[in-house]
Design a protein around this ligand. Structure first.
Ligand code: G6P
Length: 367
């Protein structure tokens, strides 16, 4: 109803705007004195000790949060992390032991495949931690420990605020693992917290770019296909950006690891095809910009979404969504919100039902 939408046209729009609060509610109670603190969640540090690997399993958007988590944990703590779709994991006879931490990510806590993946991990004696939004849901009840996200109810089928808070959960877990690894000084850990908080504080700034992003959305609204490109962490962000656009606008959208372009996707790049290029990582910035030049040369309409200074690259892209600059590790939050707004506006221009896309369900409780 209109009242539940709080004055917004759609639940998705409201939920995009809920993100500063959702992030604050999820993160701030768990940051104390420059460290991650899960004591109020009843999660002891023992959960994170003696683990030789992490497996994240989830479906859809929640799986993309796992891809973000993988980059953080591996780059900081050097513990191997794999990310598996729950529907694959449950049938792949996974190698699991008591030194494996299996992290199940689920907004609803009821997704059938993710619940089955959790049960398998429990059966095989792994430690299980779920990142769940709905209190008391099946996945929350059956996992060893739960890190609840505090997004509040998410109604729109396309997940927005739940994704941001799931990612924030991984930023907290990475911080905890970093502390326990003994490889970081107190100053380094508290610097991480500061950067994390700064990144969250950019979300309201990105929301102010709404009408600017709407104008860019209008330029691509009639496209048949679109491609999102990124490398490393930016590929994870691109994957979620592409899913958002695809599921509600029905644009045939794919995320590609930018380096793989030459091995396939570039054959689909023709005059006017929108390419949304993500750049939040300094170490791959020249690489992604080289890919942008390649697609530009084939007539693509390039939309750069970045927090980096683009003055060296003027004229290489067509449109620029410049979000506030943050530390390289933390580009997820601002860029994600920009991509959500882009998907939202393209969909409104196309006249689709934003909150109830065809054939999709909010929660997939049957296999
Ligand atoms: C459905 C929803 C998605 C969600 C996925 C996993 O496909 O439409 O938005 O990401 O299920 O749901 P979960 O509740 O487990 O996060």
């Amino acid at each position: 109803t209109a009242a539940q939408k709080g004055g917004y046209d759609y639940f998705m729009q409201k939920e995009i705007y809920d993100q500063p609060e959702a992030l604050t509610n999820t993160v701030m109670p768990r940051l104390h004195n420059g460290l991650a603190d899960f004591s109020a969640d009843g999660i002891s540090d023992d959960l994170f000790k003696d683990i030789s690997r992490v497996i994240v399993t989830a479906c859809g958007t929640a799986m993309h949060a796992g891809l973000v988590g993988r980059h953080l944990i591996e780059s900081m703590v050097r513990i191997p992390v794999t990310v598996e779709l729950s529907s694959e994991f449950r049938y792949m006879d996974p190698i699991l032991d008591e030194h494996t931490l299996v992290v199940i990510v689920s907004q609803s806590g009821e997704t059938a495949d993710s619940l089955a993946a959790l049960r398998l991990a429990n059966e095989r004696g792994s430690k299980t931690l779920s990142i769940v939004n709905v209190k008391g849901s099946s996945i929350a009840r059956e996992s060893d420990q739960v890190l609840y996200t505090h997004a509040g109810p998410e109604i729109a089928v396309a997940s927005t605020k739940a994704f941001s808070v799931q990612c924030s959960g991984f930023y907290l877990i990475a911080l905890k693992l970093a502390e326990l690894s003994g490889k970081f000084t107190e100053a380094e850990l508290s610097e991480y917290c500061k950067k994390f908080e700064e990144a969250i504080a950019t979300v309201p700034e990105v929301l102010k770019m709404d009408s600017y992003i709407k104008d860019i959305a209008e330029k691509i609204k009639d496209t048949f296909s679109a491609f999102f490109l990124g490398r490393s962490l930016d590929y994870a962000i691109a994957s979620e950006g592409s899913l958002k656009l695809k599921e509600i606008s029905y644009v045939n959208s794919e995320a590609y690891n930018a380096g793989e372009l030459k091995h396939g996707t570039i054959s689909l790049v023709t005059e006017g095809v929108p390419i949304i290029a993500i750049a939040t990582q300094d170490h791959v910035l020249p690489k992604i910009m080289a890919n942008v030049e390649e697609v530009k040369a084939r007539g693509a309409h390039v939309i750069m979404v970045t927090d980096k200074d683009m003055s060296d690259y003027e004229g290489v892209y067509d449109d620029l969504i410049q979000v506030p600059s943050v530390d390289d590790r933390f580009g997820t939050f601002g860029v994600t919100v920009a991509l959500q707004l882009l998907a939202y506006h393209v969909t409104v221009f196309r006249g689709n039902d934003v909150d109830q896309p065809r054939n999709l369900a909010k929660s997939v409780t049957v296999e």
